[in-house]
Design a protein around this ligand. Structure first.
Ligand SMILES: *[C@@H]1O[C@H](CO)[C@@H](O)[C@H](O)[C@H]1NC(C)=O
Ligand SMILES: *[C@@H]1O[C@H](CO)[C@@H](O)[C@H](O)[C@H]1NC(C)=O
Length: 321
């Protein structure tokens, strides 16, 4: 009975391919396109009026405000538009900010482009699909962003007075992280990150305003046991080096942060810690949150869905899935 059932399912699954061999061809073509490393979509906005910019600067003198360059890799998934909306809303509150968004895919996606335009921020949106030797999403995209900054920073910066921050699209950010910490970083600044890698808070251990170690649950022996969200780098430091994220980092036991920072020639003594004034009641200003993948009934695995795949109902709305 079971054997007969499996046989029937197998036959039913192969019928569309026999009737329409182009299904197979399309699949092969898609697979060949993915490893392309050249940027296919590259959009630089430069639409903002000067007086609009001036009205956005509310704190301090505009000339002394360091520009924050936020680097955000992103990719198509069920929760991307929701995640990205939150981050776009957060960054919209900030002035003197340049946003570099890198799509992990063969081309840029119009819904993301439109979200970026609605922020009124200056931004670059480009597509760089991950090559096969990169085990995790985002690694290659951040590398391409570093190269973009080195080659093109004069197009969007008036000076080298800037800070680079790797801000993923699913984290949660307090605005004070940008104004009180990131904006003030010279060479490298660090702070605690909430809900990361098995810790309530993963943070540098600070003594006499120097980083002497790290308090982390996961792999605490890393030289820099810190998540991407827990540091920002001076633009000059990045311009003086050609270090990028590697495709692996054994000394980081699977995390890339430690290798990038040591490749940039940094020591623990170089780190400026932020948010350690108080002994207790220190505040977390960034959380490594993860959006729960919603349980969509139509996506639940069933023999019926597998046998007769059809596009899910979206009621006329644009939905990424
Ligand atoms: C965007 O860039 C232009 C040209 O460099 C600049 O004049 C403008 O102030 C920038 N706008 C914002 C919101 O940063
Ligand atoms: C620098 O900008 C140009 C023009 O937008 C682009 O073609 C080039 O790929 C960029 N460089 C990098 C390394 O991304």
């Amino acid at each position: 009975m079971l054997v007969l059932c499996s046989l029937l399912i197998l036959i039913a699954r192969t019928i569309p391919w026999i009737l329409n061999p182009s299904v197979i061809l399309t699949k092969e073509r898609v697979q060949k396109e993915v490893p392309t490393v050249k940027p296919i979509g590259l959009i630089v906005s430069e639409s903002n009026e000067k007086d609009e910019q001036e009205s956005r600067i509310t704190t301090e003198g505009s000339s002394t405000l360091q520009t924050i360059i936020v680097v955000t890799p992103t990719y198509k998934r069920l929760t991307r538009v929701a995640d990205f909306t939150r981050l776009a809303n957060t960054l919209s509150h900030l002035s003197n900010l340049y946003w570099i968004v890198i799509e992990d895919g063969p081309e840029t996606v119009p819904v993301v482009q439109k979200m970026l335009e609605r922020t009124n921020l200056n931004f670059t949106y480009m597509a760089h699909p991950s090559p096969p030797n990169y085990p995790n999403r985002g690694w290659y995209q951040r590398t391409m962003a570093l190269k973009y900054i080195r080659e093109n920073y004069t197009n969007f910066m008036r000076s080298q007075n800037g800070v680079v921050y790797f801000g993923d699209d699913d984290n949660s950010y307090d605005l004070r992280l940008f104004e009180e910490y990131i904006r003030k970083v010279n060479k490298i600044g660090m702070w605690g990150v909430g809900h990361v890698a098995g810790s309530l808070v993963e943070s540098p251990r600070v003594s006499n305003q120097k980083v002497v170690g790290f308090d982390a649950e996961w792999s605490p022996d890393r030289y820099f046991a810190i998540d991407m969200a827990g540091f920002a780098l001076g633009l000059q430091l990045i311009l003086e080096s050609d270090a990028v994220f590697r495709s692996s980092c054994p000394s980081g036991t699977g995390a890339l942060e430690s290798c990038l920072l040591t490749d940039l020639g940094l020591n623990r003594e170089d780190v400026e810690p932020f948010g350690f004034e108080k002994e207790n009641e220190r505040e977390v200003l960034v959380w490594h949150t993860k959006t729960l993948i919603p349980d969509i009934y139509e996506f639940r695995p069933s023999a019926w869905n597998w046998l007769f795949p059809k596009p899910p109902k979206t009621n006329g709305y644009f939905v990424e899935y």
